[in-house]
Design a protein around this ligand. Structure first.
Ligand SMILES: *Cc1c(COP(=O)(O)O)cnc(C)c1O
Length: 361
């Protein structure tokens, strides 16, 4: 059986290093906001090329903290791709703002940059871009719009750790970025974890306080904050794995290239990548009108696949206010995508087997 993502195998490669770091934490007895968190944040900021990085509880919190820290709230609008994981949209509505959904480019699955301007109103405060599946959005056009209308740009980089666009990494392409370190992400810990990167010192100071009960120093609360912190164990694990992130992403690129060169089927559309380094292939999603039958076929052949995502946010029960919206490109993508196994621990034989099996469908 070829599993979609074998996390045991992924993390077992670092077993000794992780064991040692966790042992140190147990020996020292300090579990939150200590030296592991400080070290990882320093290293992650350096890796992304930003001045600051903050650890927090998860990717959703990272995004909602950024929005809250910019003072964007009730009555404001934020532009966001319709084709995304629901967390991007929740981060907006949790702050009392209105998500304004924009259709994606059918080739890249990312927000269509030419459809943003028509959605900008007096109430628009920010554009939240999502580097979906690990591919950087067309930032050049987004920066221009943001400048023209004085909008903040926020990256949802939860799927794009390490991707490089014009020599700059994900997390360093906007005013601020939110990361998730959920176990299955390209940089994942052993539970929930998240991070924020920015070059904006004011924003950093605010998110740091907001994520820690709104406190700027002990027992002194200047905001009505939340509790969202990255614990010492997760920070240590991430610090170990960060050293291998580029290597792992390169392995993903190699697999993606093999898939793109090897899969040849009249009914299957392969994902587009406009720049090798701008994609870290968190997900390799093919598209076919007969998605369910392809998934069934691959499952019978012992190949596990997934769907990212089966139902778009505007069709979810939680967002009945969007029930009347027609977003045909997003809906088509959600009907047709199928994610193939891709991970740094997949063997060449496994990749070849996936290619051959698909070509025989
Ligand atoms: C995983 C993910 C999130 C949320 O991250 P959590 O850590 O699960 O809260 C947000 N946006 C996108 C695009 C994601 O893939």
């Amino acid at each position: 059986m070829i599993s979609f993502l074998d996390l045991q195998k992924v993390n077992n490669r670092f077993r000794d290093k992780i064991d040692e770091r966790i042992k140190n934490i147990l020996d020292c007895g300090w579990y939150l906001q200590g030296q592991e968190n400080e070290l990882f944040c320093k290293n992650f900021a350096a890796y992304c090329g930003t001045r600051f990085a903050l650890g927090c509880g998860n990717g959703l919190d990272a995004l909602r903290l950024i929005i809250a820290a910019y003072g964007i709230g009730y009555g404001d609008e934020i532009i966001v791709p319709a084709n995304t994981y629901i967390a991007s949209i929740l981060a907006i509505s949790e702050n009392g703002c209105t998500p304004v959904l924009v259709e994606p480019d059918i080739n890249t699955y990312c927000i269509h940059p030419d459809l943003i301007e028509e959605k900008i109103t007096e109430k628009t405060k920010a554009i939240l871009v999502v580097h979906l599946y690990g591919q950087i959005c067309p930032m050049e056009k987004i920066w221009k719009l943001a400048q023209k209308y004085q909008l903040k740009v926020i990256e949802d980089a939860a799927q794009a750790h390490g991707a490089v666009y014009q020599g700059r990494r994900a997390g360093n392409l906007a005013d601020a970025a939110g990361f998730s370190f959920y176990p299955g992400k390209n940089l994942g810990c052993l539970g929930d974890g998240g991070g924020i990167t920015t070059n904006d010192e004011d924003l950093y100071t605010r998110v740091k306080a907001l994520a820690n009960y709104g406190s700027d120093r002990k027992y002194h609360h200047i905001y009505k904050g939340i509790n969202s912190r990255l614990d010492e164990i997760q920070a240590a694990v991430l610090d170990v794995k960060l050293q291998f992130l580029d290597e792992d992403n390169q392995k993903r690129r190699t697999i993606a290239r093999k898939y793109r060169d090897g899969i040849k089927h009249s009914k299957i559309i392969l994902p587009a990548a406009y720049d090798e380094m701008a994609h870290v292939w968190h997900i390799f999603a093919v598209r076919t009108p007969e998605r369910d039958s392809l998934q069934q076929y691959l499952s019978e052949k012992g190949i596990q696949t997934n769907i990212h995502y089966p139902t778009p946010p505007h069709k979810q029960g939680a967002y009945q206010e969007f029930g009347q919206l027609s977003l045909p490109v997003t809906e088509k993508i959600h009907r047709e995508v199928l994610s193939l196994p891709i991970s740094p621990v997949m063997t060449e034989e496994e990749v070849d087997f996936v290619i051959q099996t698909i070509n025989q469908w």
